[in-house]
Design a protein around this ligand. Structure first.
Ligand code: BES
Ligand code: ZN
Ligand code: ZN
Length: 487
């Protein structure tokens, strides 16, 4: 989708539709004078009250160059933050493209114009996304070709805000596309290919450690998970280096769980809903999407992405419950449940990140069903060993409108991971499952500042929303990009 910043009066915007946000109990802005009767009738009839999600369309509005005028409900003016604006733009794009609109113009109201321009563009691009690449006929949806931001003035700051919104949202859609790929079309090696292609296009370094290399290094926890699959594993590394190395010496690692399919292994999952486990690499996809954005946004801090990619399968070579593996950092682990595989691959990646010199570790993983029970599909579960890094991650998530909730990680929970026969067990029992999983990771982060984001509930949308298609959400891409930019 093309995006453009245009500074001209609303009435002169040439587009298939021009959209204006209207609030509850608000008299329409002066630019809408020519459409005053229509708006009065809409309100009087109760057809349009200004509530979020409402949309009314007038064809051939008199006094406007556009073919349609769309009134978009914004809710209460005082509650209309950037997240609400992003959603309003997204649902408007989704609804109007279905009506055949190809070019959509969006009128910016007052306030924080830069933030608004960025959020509107993000909303349109995110709302436009459809996970329909494998439908060869009767595509249910049509596409928007262009999104114009109509601003009271043209300015380089506003133009770069539009550009930034486009970069971030396209990176997020890139991650959504990856997370939606079925496991026959996205094996660990094919994920590595996608990462390589993205990196070379974006001008980033990419390196892929293969099974032999991981064996030499001693990544026993990761390899134990991979051994049940006919598909070889990969540890994908993508590096971004700023023009100048920061004096602080800070180096951020973004680590993303890349299980291209999770059958559960010998501790097999129930058949019902198992097809969804193709998105068990959504954390890895988010990390790669963020790198794609960072290549263009050029933050001042070096960032290394690590995506341990494996397929968790059943088979004659699969690891068994009770197996004991030795992780890269030397600790032994009793694999009591082969379905708790994410933590096993992540710890070897976290250890490797530290060896590469990363000073701050942030991981995203569809790690536990327990976080879905705890937080549903609204909030990311956030765990940490460092309040400072936590603050940075939470601030980035807030700016980007990705909801995140800080979860506890008290010492008492650590005891859940005791094993009779090895240093640690890979599960902690029935209660507090998301916390014991996080503690498992923490054991390997050690004293290095670390934040873990459990996105099992937020990386996939089971039911479409007006502003978002069913399926992969691309959660964390914008938060990660923002985190690096604001460092
Ligand atoms: N990939 C799953 C977690 C998951 C569940 C992601 C639901 C998305 C939606 C993970 O590998 C897993 O199976 N975890 C187990 C851990 C348990 C065996 C301790 C779980 O949550 O049931
Ligand atoms: Zn699992
Ligand atoms: Zn999993």
């Amino acid at each position: 989708m093309k995006t453009k910043l245009i500074s001209q009066p609303l009435a002169r915007a040439e587009a298939d539709a021009v959209a204006v946000v209207l609030f509850e109990d608000e008299t329409p802005p002066p630019e809408l004078k020519p459409a005053a009767t229509w708006l009065d009738d809409l309100r009087a009839s109760g057809e349009f009250t200004g509530k979020p999600g409402e949309l009314a369309v007038l064809h051939r509005p008199q006094g406007f160059a556009a073919k349609r005028l769309a009134a978009v409900g914004g809710g209460k003016k005082e509650d209309f933050d950037l997240a609400a604006l992003r959603r309003a733009a997204a649902s408007t794009a989704r609804i109007l493209k279905q009506k055949g609109v190809k070019t959509l113009a969006w009128s910016l109201a007052g306030g924080n114009l830069q933030g608004a321009a960025e959020a509107a563009v993000e909303g349109a691009i995110l709302g436009e996304f459809e996970p329909d690449r494998y439908k060869t006929f009767t595509k249910e949806s049509k596409a928007l070709d262009a999104f114009q931001v109509i601003a009271p003035w043209e300015g380089s700051e506003l133009a770069s805000a539009v550009e930034r919104g486009k970069i971030l949202a396209e990176a997020q859609n890139f991650a959504r596309d990856l997370a939606n790929e079925p496991a026959n079309r996205l094996t660990p090696m094919l994920l590595a290919d996608r990462a390589r292609a993205m990196a070379s296009e974006a001008g980033l370094e990419c390196e892929v450690l293969d099974q032999d290399r991981m064996r030499q290094l001693g990544m026993g926890a990761l390899l134990g998970v991979a051994q049940g699959s006919a598909e070889p594993p990969a540890l994908i590394l993508v590096r971004y280096k700023p023009a100048e190395t920061p004096k602080s010496g800070d180096h951020l690692a973004l680590v993303g769980k890349g299980v291209t399919f999770d059958t559960g292994g010998v501790s097999i999952k129930p058949a019902d809903g198992m097809e969804k486990m193709k998105y068990d690499m959504a954390g890895g996809a988010a990390v790669l999407g963020a790198m794609r954005a960072l290549a263009e946004l050029k933050p001042g801090i070096p960032v290394t992405a690590l995506v341990p990619a494996v397929e968790n399968m059943v088979g004659g070579k699969a690891q068994r419950p009770g197996d004991i593996v030795t992780s890269l950092d030397g600790k032994t682990i009793e694999v009591l449940n082969t379905d708790a595989e994410g933590r096993l691959i992540l710890i070897d990646a976290l250890t490797y990140a530290k060896r590469l010199g990363c000073t701050h570790l942030v991981d995203a993983a569809t790690l536990t069903g327990a976080i879905v029970v705890a937080l549903g599909n609204v909030n990311i579960g956030v765990f940490t060993n460092n309040e400072g890094l936590l603050g940075r991650v939470m601030a980035a998530a807030k700016t980007e409108g990705e909801k995140a909730w800080h979860m506890p990680l008290d010492e008492e929970y650590k005891d859940l991971l005791k094993s009779a026969f090895a240093d640690l067990a890979n599960i902690g029992g029935r209660w507090g499952g998301a916390v014991s999983a996080a503690w498992f990771l923490r054991e390997f982060a050690g004293d290095t500042p670390w934040v873990h984001l459990d996105i099992a509930g937020t990386a996939w949308l089971d039911d479409a929303k007006p502003y978002m298609a069913k399926g992969p959400t691309g959660v964390c891409v914008r938060t990660f990009a923002r985190l690096a930019m604001e460092w």
